[in-house]
Write a new protein. Structure first.
Lengths: 672, 310
């Protein structure tokens, strides 16, 4: 070629140069192609990685969430809900962010039960072009948002209309374009009820309207044109410190009165002045508790006959106690309160736990809902229900733990209590859209969920038992496979005997044999051995080897040079000695693979556990988790914590010994 | 393959040292040999026999002829479980294999962080089992789950997934992809590494484009690996059990009544062990036939290097 170019005319040479240029451009586009291919690869891998990792992320974050957050779809990161103390009570109220009343910035607020409903209304005189639409011709109804207002919209002939009334079988509507902020207004539902009804003639139609006084606009004829909008009433958070805890029975004379820029139910106190009104923040079930140490030092058990009961109950810090006089052993009468009343048992006197009234000062009321899972403690031979407040089962700290002892006893009756604040000095109170309210959160991980999941009862056992069982089974299975598979693998890899190839063919064949085919007869064998509902069926078979691991070991043994072993044999070592001294140290990677795969199979073995293990004390983590799911379906955070812990050992093992996993898997694949 | 000789004469003809080695061999493999006889061969035969009996755990099995087969033909649960399982196999094996192959090929082009990606893809296959099922149950939860929460933030109202008869099986298939792809990716990756680079280089010289290289080099060279993954995938997919057992219990409306779960129910909940043995054998035979079909198809398509060399 080269010498031919020499003879070519100049024109042709330049053409050839063009060719090289073109080639250059071609390589450029090749690298562009490469770039595109790389990007596509990364994109595909990233999507795949999201698919692989997001469920795990979801599980782990759920495991770290408090219960309330599980049902809040919009919060993805585990958080703590910031709270403020409600007066002197131990209750903590959730804080929210709401737009400030003047519309500038946001402020911390508390919500209270009160809500207010509003309706969008249209100024009657501004409406024209009212049309009557037969009901059956309307396309679809939908709510149309207009600034802060909502309108009842409908579609007819592909136009948007706003519904303003009805006339027989026809709906009366006006084109949506007619309506804007100037002729629409949002009015509280309570105000509408007070307005005088009027009928407005508009063209051929009659519309129902109300005469209402609207601020800055005067008295107007207004027509309802929207659905109810429910707004939450909020109070600045600083008012929480004024809160007082009183029994529900203390409240009187409920009236809905205007306050701030809204209105709310207001009460007087039974024994208070009629001018002092209160806002109800929250009504709930409360229970009196007292420090266990106080109770243990001062309370004693007496029989009912020893007590001369008083007619009036004693009220201490909102808790009501039955009191009476106890004659006492030294003859000194003592005023005591009944703390715990024992169940009446036939043939015995009724006994009760009492305490001198002067020790009742430290009684505190706490929300019943914050008392989870109490446990019994004996105080002077009477069982008392006790709650440990640093116990991990108080997951949502909606009580102020600085105000109550670490361990409290539940004494006295549950009571309907209310948190109220004086209405007279409330300056600020207003309504906000629910969509404008935001929780005041701090990122925080509820690590105690893991502890809670571990100590939760599943049947008569806990996860700790399941872990013990699973670990024991995994350990025994590993020992079983280490012994049997190295022996058999060594024999297949190193020794010569008639029929060896045939037998190895069987090993390979059983690798492909699906396990379920032998399940029933094997179950029969274990039943005949009385091993059902023991751990034996879970590991016994590992002492007989495993086809896959035998195959693996044989491959390893075949790679070790025969000379090594022969040298040792010539020096007079026995076969067992050479096996242990020379070969085993070389086999560490193979043995690691056995350990890892055996652990993995044993840990994840659900089918055998489902068949053989019936009582919770024998459960493995796999079947235990399944039962846990059945029992605590709704406690997602605990379930996910349990699932995470069950996964953890295998994942850790994987990270420490990734190489062996990959090698093992690859080896099986390469065999084909 | 197997040389047929008279074992007795062969044994006598052996020198004593070989004879002793053979004895040692049999001693050393005895755990497996005994295990094979007790836990595999005998149960296999017994399970075939039990298929024709009325065995119900507590009674002595009695031969009842073809009654179990007659029951099988008229058993709506059997047909339903067969439909569900075939749907699962079709959903999981080919598509999962295609995804895994694509991922492995993407990884094989010397990208950054191969180990990271491989770990990410492989990790799920480690944690499969009931913990993964519980995790997915929550991911699929219609009210608070990951998927419907994500859809809700896009303004879409997601379906009931595992609790919706129409979506339940697809959901189980998604879990199948999640736990099954990783192992396949690792195997494909090793297979791709085994293809000699020189083949691609000479194809480059011939001016072959990407698709041609895939079609004429990657696919044929990788065919043994693909064949292996398909066979293992089919055998595994027919035995899917964990999600059906721990989460859906075959429901809703038997939409996830997979075959092995049906066998489990018949054997251990209804205690129809004879009939369940028959069900096991039917599945066993089906798997064998399917594997043979895949083998037959692949025989004409799978390329083994040794065929050329040898």
């Amino acid at each position: 070629m080269a010498n031919r170019i020499d003879t070519l005319p100049a024109q042709k040479i330049s053409g050839a140069l063009d060719d090289t240029k073109q080639q250059k451009r071609f390589t450029l586009s090749l690298s562009a192609q490469r770039f595109v291919r790389f990007m596509l690869s990364y994109g595909f891998l990233a999507i795949g990685a999201i698919f692989m990792l997001f469920p795990v992320f979801w599980m782990v974050t759920a495991a770290l969430k408090p219960t309330w957050q599980i049902t809040s779809r919009d919060i993805w990161i585990p958080s703590f809900w910031n709270k403020t103390a409600a007066g002197d009570s131990v209750r903590l109220l959730n804080l929210w962010f709401a737009p400030a009343e003047d519309g500038e910035g946001t402020q911390e607020v508390i919500l209270f039960g009160s809500k207010r409903q509003y309706v969008t209304m249209l100024q009657a005189e501004t409406l024209s072009n009212i049309v009557a639409i037969p009901k059956d011709q309307v396309g679809t109804f939908e709510v149309i948002p207009l600034e802060d207002m909502l309108l009842n919209g409908l579609k007819w002939n592909n136009e948007n209309y706003v519904l303003v009334g009805a006339d027989g079988d026809n709906l009366l509507a006006v084109p949506q374009a007619q309506i804007d902020a100037s002729n629409a207004v949002v009015v509280p539902k309570t105000q509408i009820r007070e307005g005088e009804r009027t009928e407005i003639q508009a063209g051929d139609f009659t519309l129902q309207a109300r005469k209402l006084d609207i601020e800055d606009r005067g008295t107007l004829d207004l027509i309802e044109a929207g659905p109810n909008i429910e707004l939450s009433t909020v109070l600045p958070a600083s008012y929480a410190q004024n809160a007082i805890l009183v029994p529900l029975s203390e409240l009187d004379d409920k009236k809905r009165l205007p306050i701030g820029d809204s209105e709310a139910d207001q009460y007087t106190l039974v024994n208070g002045s009629p001018d002092e009104r209160y806002l109800l923040i929250e009504q709930a079930d409360w229970r009196p508790v007292i420090g266990v140490d106080v109770l243990q030092q001062n309370a004693f058990t007496i029989s009912a006959a020893e007590l001369e009961a008083a007619a009036e109950p004693l009220i201490v810090n909102g808790a009501s106690f039955q009191v009476g006089t106890y004659a006492g052993e030294d003859g000194q009468p003592q005023e005591v309160a009944i703390v715990v009343q024992q169940e009446i048992q036939s043939g015995t006197d009724q006994t009760m736990l009492v305490m001198p009234v002067e020790f009742l000062d430290t009684v505190k009321m706490v929300l019943s809902s914050s008392l989870l899972e109490p446990y019994p403690v004996n105080v002077d031979s009477t069982a008392v229900r006790v709650k440990d407040f640093t116990h991990p089962s108080v997951e949502e700290e909606n009580i102020d733990l600085t105000q109550i002892p670490r361990e409290v006893a539940i004494i006295g009756q549950r009571q309907d209590m209310t948190l109220i604040i004086p209405a007279n000095n409330v300056q600020q109170l207003y309504d906000v859209f629910n969509s404008d309210l935001q929780r005041n959160l701090t990122i925080s991980f509820q690590v105690q969920n893991f502890v809670r999941a571990m100590i939760r009862k599943t049947g008569e056992a806990t996860f700790l038992t399941f872990f013990q069982n699973s670990t024991l089974i995994a350990g025994l299975s590993i020992i079983g496979h280490l012994i049997s598979c190295t022996m058999v693998g060594y024999a297949f890899g190193r020794m010569r005997a008639p029929g060896k190839n045939f037998l190895f063919g069987i090993v390979l064949a059983t690798m492909m044999m699906p396990g379920f085919i032998t399940v029933i007869p094997v179950y029969r064998i274990f039943r005949d051995l009385s091993m059902v509902d023991t751990l034996w069926p879970m590991f016994l078979r590992t002492f007989f080897g495993n086809a896959f691991l035998i195959f693996l070991l044989r491959q390893f043994f075949s790679t070790i040079p025969m000379e090594l072993e022969e040298a040792a044999r010539i020096d007079g070592a026995s076969r067992l000695q050479t096996f242990i001294r020379i070969l085993l140290p070389l086999l560490t990677p193979a043995l690691a693979t056995i350990v890892i795969f055996t652990f993995l199979w044993s840990w994840n073995n659900l089918f055998d556990a489902a068949i053989y293990l019936n009582s919770p004390r024998n459960y493995t983590v796999a079947i235990g988790l399944r039962q846990f799911l059945g029992m605590y379906q709704s406690e997602f955070n605990l379930l996910m914590a349990a699932a995470t812990i069950v996964m953890l050992p295998t994942v850790l093992l994987f990270f420490f010994a990734q190489r062996y996993f990959i090698e093992g898997i690859t080896l099986t694949g390469m065999k084909g | 393959m197997l040389r047929v000789t008279n074992p007795v004469t062969a044994w006598k003809a052996m020198p004593p040292i070989r004879r002793q080695e053979a004895l040692t061999f049999y001693l050393w493999i005895s755990p497996w040999l005994i295990g094979f006889l007790i836990w595999q061969l005998w149960p296999l035969i017994q399970s075939l026999w039990l298929s024709f009996t009325n065995y119900r755990i507590l009674n002595v099995p009695q031969f009842i002829g073809l009654a179990n087969i007659e029951k099988l033909v008229n058993d709506a649960d059997f047909w339903q479980s067969l439909r569900v399982t075939l749907g699962y196999v079709i959903g999981v094996v080919p598509i999962g294999s295609a995804i895994a192959l694509t991922a492995a090929m993407a990884l094989a082009q010397k990208l950054r962080g191969v180990n990271f990606w491989r770990t990410v893809y492989f990790l799920p296959s480690i944690v499969s089992g009931v913990a993964a099922a519980v995790m997915w149950w929550y991911v699929f939860n219609p009210d608070n789950g990951l998927i419907n929460s994500a859809l809700a933030s896009l303004g879409i109202n997601g379906p009931g997934w595992l609790s919706d008869p129409y979506w339940a099986l697809p959901s189980v298939i998604i879990v199948g992809w999640w736990s099954g792809i990783g192992g396949q990716v690792v195997i494909y990756l090793a297979g791709l590494k085994g293809i000699p680079q020189s083949l691609y280089e000479s194809a480059d010289i011939d001016g072959a484009d990407g698709w041609a290289k895939f079609r004429n080099i990657t696919l044929p060279m990788l065919s043994p690996t693909i064949y292996f993954n398909l066979v293992v995938g089919i055998i595994g997919a027919f035995q899917v059990f964990d999600v059906a057992f721990s989460i859906t219990e075959g429901g809703p409306n038997k939409a996830t009544q997979v075959y092995i779960y049906n066998v489990y129910q018949e054997a251990f909940l209804n205690q129809n062990m004879g009939y369940a043995s028959l069900l096991s054998w039917v599945l066993f035979i089906m798997i064998m036939i399917l594997t043979l079909i895949v083998t037959a198809i692949s025989r004409s398509r799978v390329y083994y290097e040794s065929e050329v060399e040898g």
